[in-house]
Design a protein around this ligand. Structure first.
Ligand code: ADP
Ligand code: MG
Length: 658
């Protein structure tokens, strides 16, 4: 008995719909992608009841002829690819030729289209009910295409049952539209929800140059999500595709230990990473503020998420996520978009290199943020004597930065001019070429700025590049400063931690042992076996950092020296802290660099007690030392060192403006 039968076209479409059409947002996504592929100036999206009762997407793209309109409803009918080889270099958003027939098979569907190039005012309208064409007729319409989808899943009650509330479905739709609108600022978007206008985003003009596209993106982002402090990323590199790379230990941080080997046609192809990322201190509790696109396609890719975190590194607090709107442009042959039915995920052939380059693009942007050369000379003056100045703390001495020019003597009355060239960024173990300013005091000779960091006029001016005046100290911790823009608060402890951390990293790099101060009373600490093993592996690094810990028995360690600026009231806690931090860093510790960072971070935490009173001169030194840091805006744990409240915010708080 023959059991096998070919499924009817209609059933096949409904099965395909099961993959492609998950919920109303998938309908919106497929229709908007089609519209975007049609070269439009404007797209309008209307939804009713969270997309359950209505989704209508209208564009002014090139439209379709009557024949094409009929053909596009057939399965595997597409104008975007022809041969299997084309799959290797997809430049359009769609390519499967499945969306329209799938959607039409599970809804009441009306397609109205008119060719843009055709002078006849007549278009075509096709009405499809549950996959069956009900009517094909001529219809007057504006050039472009409109697809109306009503009563989604009306013929599949089981699927309909799985839809969530209207609000949830509408939120999914809005999320997708946000992504589409960010990827295409040159297209005007209108979004109408239940008859109410949610967005009316005008088209943003943009040139072909990346800098101009970044500005367009900034404008679109502002229209969509409001103002954020964002830095421009403009980075390009050539992607190594020659297979000569090995899989270094560093891959451990990522899920897969070694990059995929594959044949890529171009031996070297260019990769561009551009867009906007949060300036130091800007972060979110979730990844919701991360928009990542590959060849303009919004994607989810864990590797890129990791790369972002790595790029921010000490600028991020634990558990916080960077915000970004980042575009990767990469040879379509080097990325596979055909691995997910809804095309949400992509796979890079050279996953590891791509991650590395993204991390590098982010790092360079953040490093350059602070070492901008074009700023006015920062002037540091003491206007009012610090409230603590009569109360100097003899036991505290600001640590000397080994590699830096002599600190400028604080001048309480006259403004001390500190040339930007003296803001030597510390090297922090980033392999990327960072702009290393010379130590000469030549006034602001422009330094070469890496391409990634050409500042655009709308990027925020780094706070430490504007003149700051010392006002006083409150709560024995917060240093009050004044700039031309308003009020600045500096967390003395966080700032000190950052300075020490960068010093330590410099020492590790230059292989100079940190000065260690022998303790008068060495102490022993006993640890549980696992912790002991853990600590044993870090002893060399600890010694380099000036922490004299040695084995004193199987599970016992002797602490006999500490860096001079570290005060440890409780030795045991200090050692346990070290172990905990190292353990928390988990497998990241496998990376030599990060292991050192973790140790340095922990040591720094014990540096200066928050409420050590500092005198005016010491505070000035602290600010100057901070200025010279490579990443001065957060402590090594990612907490901010500085908070600004500008006059606009103050006026708002005092009700002077609305
Ligand atoms: P795909 O986008 O994968 O090619 P679809 O089923 O989404 O498959 O669309 C089939 C074809 O219909 C497309 O290849 C395109 O030629 C045409 N088409 C669909 N939507 C539009 C539109 N808004 N404007 C112009 N052509 C369209
Ligand atoms: Mg499509």
């Amino acid at each position: 008995m023959n059991r096998i039968k070919l499924l009817s076209e209609q059933v096949a479409n409904q099965i395909a719909a099961g993959e492609v059409v998950e919920r109303p947002a998938s309908v919106v996504k497929e229709l908007v992608e089609n519209s975007l592929d049609a070269g439009p100036k404007k797209i309008t999206v209307e939804i009713g009841a969270g997309g359950r009762s209505l989704v209508r997407v209208t564009d002014d793209g090139f439209g379709m002829s009557r024949d094409d309109a009929l053909l596009c409803l057939e399965r595997h009918a597409t104008s975007k690819i022809q041969r299997a080889e084309d799959l290797a270099s997809i430049a359009t958003l769609g390519f499967r030729g499945e969306a329209l027939p799938s959607i039409a098979s599970v809804s009441k569907f009306v397609l109205t289209t008119r060719e843009r190039e055709n002078s006849s005012p007549e278009g075509t309208q096709i009405i499809v009910n549950g996959g069956t064409i009900a009517e094909v007729k001529a219809a007057g319409s504006a050039p472009g295409t409109s697809v109306e989808v009503r009563q989604l899943f009306y013929n599949l009650p089981a699927r309909r049952k799985f839809l969530r509330t209207e609000e949830t479905e509408a939120a999914h739709i809005q999320h997708y539209l946000t992504l589409a609108a960010l990827a295409f600022p040159e297209v005007a978007f209108t979004f109408v929800k239940d008859g109410r206008n949610v967005w009316q985003l005008p088209a943003v003009k943009s040139g072909a140059a990346t800098s101009s596209r970044i500005e367009a993106l900034r404008e679109r982002l502002r229209a969509l999500l409001g103002d954020e402090k964002l830095l421009s990323v403009n980075f390009s590199a050539s992607l190594e595709v020659d297979g000569s790379h090995s899989a270094p230990d560093e891959t451990d941080i990522f899920e897969k230990a070694s990059p995929e080997k594959s044949e890529v046609a171009n031996p070297k192809s260019e990769i561009k990473v551009w867009g906007l990322i949060g300036s130091p201190g800007v972060s979110r509790a979730t990844r919701d503020g991360q928009f990542v696109f590959v060849n303009r396609r919004p994607v989810e890719n864990r590797g890129i998420n990791y790369a972002l975190i790595e790029g921010y590194h000490t600028l991020l607090m634990k558990g916080r996520s960077p915000v970004c709107c980042l575009f990767l442009e990469i040879d379509p042959a080097a990325v596979d978009v055909n691995i997910h039915p809804a095309k949400r995920e992509v796979k890079f052939h050279r996953e590891f290199e791509v991650r590395k380059l993204v991390a590098q693009a982010v790092k360079e942007t953040l490093l350059t943020f602070h070492s901008e050369p074009e700023k006015p000379k920062p002037i540091f003056t003491t206007k009012t004597q610090s409230s603590q100045s009569e109360n100097p703390a003899p036991e505290f001495s600001a640590p000397a930065l080994p590699n830096f020019p002599e600190k400028l003597k604080p001048l309480p009355e006259t403004p001390a001019q500190i040339s930007p060239a003296s803001q030597t960024p510390l090297k922090m173990g980033f392999s990327s070429p960072t702009p290393t300013a010379t130590e000469s005091k030549m006034p602001s000779a422009p330094e070469p700025v890496p391409q990634s960091a050409i500042r655009n006029p709308q990027s925020p001016t780094p706070l430490l590049n504007v003149p700051l005046r010392l006002v006083g100290v409150i709560g024995k911790l917060y240093v009050l400063l004044e700039s031309d823009r308003g009020l600045v608060l500096l967390d003395q402890h966080a700032a000190h931690e950052r300075i020490l951390f960068e010093q330590m990293m410099t020492r590790i790099e230059s292989n100079t042992a940190a000065p260690a101060q022998k303790l008068l009373l060495p102490e022993t600490v006993e640890l549980p076996p696992r912790d002991a093993q853990f600590l044993r592996e870090q002893l060399v690094v600890l010694t380099k950092l000036g922490v004299g810990l040695s084995e004193f028995g199987e599970r016992t360690f002797l602490l006999d020296a500490l860096p001079p600026f570290v005060k440890v009231p409780d030795t045991r806690r200090f050692v346990f802290d070290l172990v905990d931090e190292l353990r928390a860093a988990g497998r990241e510790v496998n990376l030599a660099r990060l292991g050192e960072h973790t140790v340095a971070k922990t040591v720094c935490r014990h540096a200066v007690k928050a409420n050590d009173p500092l005198g005016g001169a010491e505070l000035e030194n602290l600010v100057e030392d901070l200025r010279r840091c490579a990443m001065p805006y957060t402590c090594p744990h990612g907490r901010p060192t500085l908070i600004e409240m500008n006059y606009r915010e103050l006026e708002k708080k005092f009700g002077r403006t609305q």
